[in-house]
Design a protein around this ligand. Structure first.
Ligand code: TXA
Ligand code: MG
Length: 359
């Protein structure tokens, strides 16, 4: 595997990116950073290359891939001949591209079939990351890229996490540092009547509602539980570490009390933590859990809320706790009805297999 490391300043290191782009163009697999998570890329017009993505990840064959472009003109490579984006689609692209919004379009014949198994739509997004954009421009073809993890593992937000899962399967890896947002893009199905969020992500329901004069709803609320999932990826157990994850959200003091109740065994006079519990909590609460492996979130930047810091660090922390052999991971959650909290709590629901409690 070839590995290129790009610092903030050499994002325009065209030499490395040109090599990576050439690999993609000729059908190889190259992982690269986006503003959400790292992607495992292949030429979206090359069926053999796309099939290698499924083999590398151990991905179920019925789970479609998102295609990444750097310029709206590339839509012509992906949509049926003569298809003109609708007024609503144009509005969304203008408002949120580049950015973490994946839109489903009717798919053109040129797109490799494995990108959209059994479906007549293709998910497309334009990543807001200089490395991803340069790479796509340089290779000149649209890039199919799922998150660059083994299926079922937390998505990678660093190049090291990509290597941990996929080193043997990759031809190339572009290391562009830590991803900014940390949870995946919003997947949106839209027509003239309404917009349906199939996967909550970096672009929130409020942001979409502000731009459209249409109802913006959640798939979970409109689809019968027994109906086939509109976004197949959402039905799999996902984002799961080996440890048991427990999440509480609500008033932070109440969350703190609920966590202590689980941690402290009343039967034993000397309070005893779970054998190997790890904690994710806001900075000002961490010091109140008195055992050694409570771990601080990467210290939030001054303008960053706990919610943003949680989104950005969650996957990486889950991986680290697994390495440390944690048996239980206790997490101060956030309000799932607001902003990025919806995406974070959606991922936590899966990681916690339902152990999410409102206090
Ligand atoms: O932020 C992201 O979206 C990242 C970066 C790399 O761009 N990619 C990503 O891809 O998360 P992946 O494959 O891990 O998740 C794609 C999700 C899955 O839930 C999949 O089922 C859904 O999008 N999806 C893709 N194409 C679809 C389609 N045509 N119809 C319905 N769902 C689709
Ligand atoms: Mg994924």
């Amino acid at each position: 595997m070839q590995r290129w490391t790009l610092g903030e300043d050499d994002v325009r290191n065209q030499e490395s990116l040109a090599q990576a782009a050439e690999m993609l163009r000729v059908g190889k697999l190259v992982a690269f950073p986006t503003e959400t998570v790292y992607g495992l890329g292949a030429n979206a017009l090359d069926e053999a290359a796309v099939q290698r993505i499924f083999a590398a990840k151990g991905r179920p064959a019925d789970n479609p891939l998102i295609v990444h472009i750097a310029d709206q003109r590339q839509l012509a490579d992906l949509l049926p001949a003569g298809y003109e984006p609708s007024h609503v689609e144009k509005k969304l692209m203008d408002a949120f591209w580049p950015g973490p919004l994946t839109l489903l379009f009717p798919v053109g014949q040129q797109v490799a079939h494995s990108v959209h198994p059994g479906r007549d739509t293709v998910g497309i997004r334009m990543p807001d990351h200089p490395v991803a954009q340069s790479l796509i421009r340089l290779c000149g073809v649209p890039i199919a890229a799922p998150s660059a993890n083994t299926s079922g593992r937390p998505s990678p937000t660093t190049a090291a996490a990509v290597e941990e899962d996929l080193a043997d399967a990759l031809d190339g890896l572009v290391d562009g540092g830590h991803c900014g947002i940390g949870v995946e893009s919003t997947v949106l199905l839209v027509d003239d009547q309404r917009a349906i969020i199939l996967r909550p992500g970096g672009v929130t329901q409020e942001m979409i509602a502000n731009v459209l004069d249409l109802p913006v709803v959640y798939d979970a609320n409109v689809t019968d539980a027994n109906a086939p999932a509109l976004a197949p990826g959402m039905k799999y157990r996902h984002y799961a570490p080996n440890a048991s994850v427990h999440v509480w959200w609500g008033d932070p003091e109440d969350v703190h009390r609920a966590m202590l109740e689980l941690l402290i065994d009343d039967e034993v006079p000397s309070a005893r933590p779970l054998p190997k519990a790890s904690i994710i909590a806001p900075d000002d609460f961490l010091s109140r859990y008195e055992f050694p492996i409570a771990r601080e979130l990467q210290r939030p930047l001054p303008h960053e809320t706990y919610e943003d810091a949680l989104a950005k660090n969650l996957y990486q922390l889950l991986r680290e706790f697994d390495h440390e052999g944690a048996t239980d991971i206790l997490i101060h959650g956030v309000n799932p009805g607001r902003g990025l909290g919806t995406a974070v709590m959606n991922r936590l629901q899966k990681a916690a297999e339902g152990r999410v409690f409102r206090v």
